[in-house]
Write a new protein. Structure first.
Length: 323
């Protein structure tokens, strides 16, 4: 009996130490190894994707900053380029004329001096001391009037240039000088940024552009009855009709609604071909109320339509655009 028990114990130990053949031990070990590799690869990919996302985000952020900087540069250039058009308004004119009236009205009366300083304080920037513009002269000055000459930007500061008239003392002769007024503008309100300074008036007369035009002339077309009849009929209808009535013969309808009458048509010039003509001519009109006359340079681009022509484009200069 004892020997049997020992034999059973010995067999049990051997069977316990030997792996269970029913479990795929090698396969489990191999599968675990692949799972660990997969997890490591996944972690590496996640790390790389995070780095790539960070780089992309940094690039996008940098690109946005560059775009914002470029937009600001373009806005600044646009503001400077269009200063003469965008900065002027009737409200600026009223503001500047009110300032010059106060600035160039001086009295030897102490109460008037204080009133002048108090009034000027409303115009000047708040961080400008009144001692800067307390330039009261010993002589009496009387403001006569002012008119706007120009608006421009200098050193990033908006400036309104005015011709100002004033008298000194009891002299009735008006002194006329040109003054530049530095100012700031925001939401329809204005502030004087510095004392107005004197300059000479800029000469605005010059030769800075030419009209773009084809000077060739097809004399045969220009003198043909068909073209002459069309130009006369079109001009008559143009001055007498509303824009809506011109829609059948014009791509972009225009009309003067009977405010003028045709006096004469001269200097008819035709370039191009029968299928695509540019007709240029001098149109002299008479105002139906005042009877005053004025002439206009007209350029018509026309194409054939039935027995007549259709106006593709009408330009109120002989040739069109400036270059």
């Amino acid at each position: 009996m004892l020997d049997k028990l020992k034999a059973l114990k010995k067999g049990y130990v051997k069977s316990r130490d030997k792996p269970d053949q029913s479990l795929p031990y090698a396969k489990v070990q191999k599968r675990g190894k692949w799972i660990r590799r997969f997890v490591k690869i996944a972690l590496v990919l996640v790390g790389l994707s995070g780095a790539v996302a960070f780089i992309k985000a940094s690039n996008v952020s940098q690109t946005n900053h560059q775009l914002i900087a470029k937009m600001k540069t373009y806005d600044d250039k646009l503001e400077k380029a269009s200063m003469g058009q965008s900065v002027y308004s009737p409200s600026l004119n009223r503001y500047a004329q009110g300032f010059f009236q106060t600035y160039f009205t001086q009295s030897d009366n102490d109460d008037d001096k204080q009133k002048r300083l108090k009034a000027l304080k409303k115009y000047f920037a708040t961080n400008i001391s009144s001692t800067i513009y307390d330039n009261q002269d010993s002589q009496k000055e009387t403001y006569v009037g002012s008119r706007l000459l120009n608006t421009f930007t200098k050193n990033d500061v908006k400036i309104a240039q005015y011709q100002v008239g004033y008298t000194v003392g009891n002299d009735k002769n008006t002194i006329i000088r040109v003054f530049n007024l530095p100012f700031a503008q925001k939401a329809g309100q204005y502030t004087v940024l510095a004392l107005p300074y004197a300059t000479t008036e800029q000469d605005i007369v010059g030769h800075v552009g030419k009209i773009s035009q084809d000077d060739t002339n097809n004399a045969t077309l220009a003198s043909s009855d068909k073209v002459q009849t069309f130009v006369k009929a079109f001009s008559e209808k143009y001055v007498s009709s509303k824009a809506s009535d011109m829609s059948l013969i014009m791509k972009e309808p225009e009309g003067l609604e009977g405010q003028y009458a045709v006096k004469s048509i001269d200097q008819v010039n035709v370039s191009g071909s029968k299928d695509n003509m540019n007709i240029k001519y001098l149109l002299t009109l008479t105002d139906t109320e005042t009877k005053l006359e004025h002439s206009e340079q007209i350029t018509l681009t026309v194409s054939p339509k039935g027995s007549t022509y259709y106006v593709v484009k009408m330009i109120h200069t002989q040739g069109g655009l400036l270059n």
